[in-house]
Design a protein around this ligand. Structure first.
Ligand code: PMP
Ligand code: GLN
Length: 386
């Protein structure tokens, strides 16, 4: 194995899901829903499979899906992208992030990101021979994750190539505020950097405090330098399909496509028309989806609080983080490794998403994208273990 990949072991998600299977624990670790997505989408996939749409589709994705991606972004975020040239379909958001970094970063270029970060970011940056410059998110006294603006400023420098921004943010559930986004935008422009935004949780914002989801590309001057990434997995409860996309100015999208064609060439043909159907669902689908997850967030936050955790209520995503100190935990990794045998629940230690493990030492993440009865069972097991 090449030296740049040696620091990366098995992903924490695979490790924790295997632990859940081995111990029969309730799996609130890996973030995947335990119910299927919209029936219209599933029917469209079955129809496509049965009607011969099973050969290589076009490299950038089928036109009907690129059009649906563009129309969805216009409908929800007022962003205009040309489906021919400004949208590319990828193997999930993961491939879009990897292809973007490989396409834009020379060895030694720096990528500003926020830690804790989604695990694939560090690996993609390393594969490109680039260097990550993490800015730490920490819980403030109000229980909101925040960063020091001076630290963000200091992370930018002459080698900054791009900032990788994930909002709503996994694993913290933080939704970046308009003021925070404005600072990111300002620094990108001052340093002539690109922004790559991972917005897979774009429809899961539970607070009005931030004005809902605000794509960085909508800020003045940012459309021209932002590659906006999202995926069907979260919004349509089909994480196993791995259909994602990137949108941005033609030069950025064609750079991504140049790399993407040699990573995966094209993506699953029959799933593409189905995701096009899902993206065109009426507004009510998206509202009900969010309201459903918000109710389950509230349920799990209540359950964890009753079980003695100090909970950091998330503003978005599938996830809630909690501090385990109140339960006598001093280390999240240790806590999560022993939780299945203690009470039959799996969670993910947040520490593994930090370069500075001290910053996340006592934090663990629970997924609430599960059926209410599953969350009830998990909460009662955790309470009993107290
Ligand atoms: N980014 C973030 C922040 C995620 O939480 C995930 C997990 N769904 C991904 C990217 C990967 O998305 P996909 O499965 O579409 O590759
Ligand atoms: N995005 C999901 C999570 O954060 C799953 C990711 C994965 O398994 N790679 O849990």
């Amino acid at each position: 194995l090449v030296s740049r990949m040696r620091p990366f072991g098995t992903t924490i998600f695979a490790e924790m899901s295997a632990l859940a299977v081995r111990t029969g624990a309730v799996n609130l670790g890996q973030g995947f829903p335990d119910t299927d997505g919209p029936p219209e989408m599933l029917a469209a996939a079955a129809e496509a499979l049965g009607s011969g749409r099973n050969q290589y589709p076009p490299g950038p994705g089928i036109p009907e899906l690129r059009t649906a991606v563009a129309e969805h972004q216009r409908r929800f975020w007022g962003l205009d992208y040309d489906p021919d040239g400004e949208v590319v379909i990828t193997a999930g958001a993961t491939e879009a992030v990897a292809a973007a970094i490989l396409a834009l970063c020379e060895p030694g270029d720096e990528v500003v990101c926020f830690e804790p970060y989604y695990d694939s970011y560090a690996a993609s940056i390393a594969l490109a021979g680039a260097v990550r410059r993490p800015v730490t998110l920490r819980p403030d006294p109000d229980g909101r994750y925040a960063f020091d603006p001076a630290a963000l400023r200091a992370a930018f420098g002459p080698r900054t190539r791009l900032v990788l921004l994930n909002s709503p943010h996994n694993p913290t559930g933080k939704v970046f505020t308009p003021a925070e986004l404005a600072l990111v935008a300002q620094l990108c422009q001052e340093h002539d950097a690109y922004a790559v935004t991972d917005e897979v949780y774009e429809h899961l914002v539970f607070t009005d405090a931030t004005g809902g989801h605000l794509p960085l590309a909508t800020l003045p001057g940012m459309r021209a330098r932002t590659l906006r990434i999202s995926s069907a997995g979260k919004t349509f409860s089909c994480t196993g399909w791995k259909v994602g996309w990137a949108s941005g100015p033609a030069a950025l999208v064609s750079a991504v496509l140049r790399v993407k064609q040699f990573l995966t060439f094209v993506n699953a043909a029959p799933l593409q028309p189905a995701v096009a159907v899902a993206l065109a669902l009426p507004d009510a689908y998206f509202t009900e989806f969010r309201d459903g997850l918000q109710a389950r967030r509230d349920q799990l936050v209540g359950g964890l609080t009753d079980a003695g955790f100090q909970v950091l209520t998330p503003e978005g995503t599938y996830f809630v983080t909690a501090d385990v100190s109140a339960l006598g935990g001093t280390d999240g990794v240790e806590f999560c490794r022993t939780l299945p045998e203690r009470c039959g629940v799996v969670a993910v230690p947040t520490q593994v998403f930090y370069d500075d493990p001290e910053a996340g030492r006592r934090l663990v993440r629970f997924a609430f994208c599960k059926r209410p009865e599953v969350l009830t069972e998990a909460a009662s097991r955790l309470r009993a273990a107290r």
